[in-house]
Design a protein around this ligand. Structure first.
Ligand SMILES: OCN(O)CCCc1ccccc1
Ligand code: NI
Length: 183
């Protein structure tokens, strides 16, 4: 099982690289890696297992965070209806997004960042993501709310982007402007 020692921390060069596309159909090895990433999220969200193995709870994980420079992400998060989105994707791609932006009031964190970095992290409010599942199925997901935010955080990792890169400086709590009204 993956534990925190498998997760690289900021300063490790892999977190700043652009990850490579996974060749499809996925190899047995890539499938195994993505399954382990999904299992990590499940373990990290189980209070007993998380406590036993010292896991920080996570709602998403990108392969570069375990020092694998491949375009693979796992997401395990509830949507606003309380539906669990529990998915691993090869080569996820944001194919469209809303003009409208959103953000988490308490900002974001990262399993690869062992410090609090306060500030507003602007994200698109609604996105469409395409990708290939563990079963080799091509899917397109329409996402909003927390799932949309988590997917954007994970896809950023595949492009070497950390959440704090998006915090407005010097005013980290400056509210992003709403999209211009189309008159
Ligand atoms: O890359 C995933 N990871 O570092 C775990 C934290 C995920 C996450 C936390 C807050 C908002 C969006 C995503
Ligand atoms: Ni992260």
């Amino acid at each position: 099982m993956l534990t925190m020692k498998d997760i690289i921390r900021e300063g490790h060069p892999t977190l700043r690289q652009v990850a490579k596309e996974v060749s499809l159909p996925p190899s047995a090895e890539d499938i195994s890696i993505l399954k382990k990433m999904m299992e990590f999220l499940m373990d990290s969200q189980d209070p007993e297992i998380a406590e036993k193995y010292g896991l920080r709870p996570g709602v998403g994980l990108a392969a570069p965070q375990i020092n694998i420079n491949k375009r693979m992400i796992a997401v395990r998060v509830e949507d606003q209806r309380g539906e669990l989105i529990d998915i691993g994707l090869f080569n996820p791609k944001m194919i469209s997004h809303s003009l409208e932006t959103t953000f988490l009031d308490n900002g974001e964190g990262c399993l690869s960042v062992d410090r609090d970095v306060p500030g507003i992290v602007p994200r698109y409010a609604r996105i469409k993501v395409s990708g290939t599942t563990i079963d080799g199925e091509n899917v397109t997901l329409k996402l909003k709310g927390m799932p949309a935010i988590v997917f954007q955080h994970e896809i950023d990792h595949l492009n070497g982007i950390m959440f704090y890169d998006r915090i407005e400086q010097p005013d980290p709590f400056k509210q992003p402007l709403p999209p211009k009204e189309v008159v």
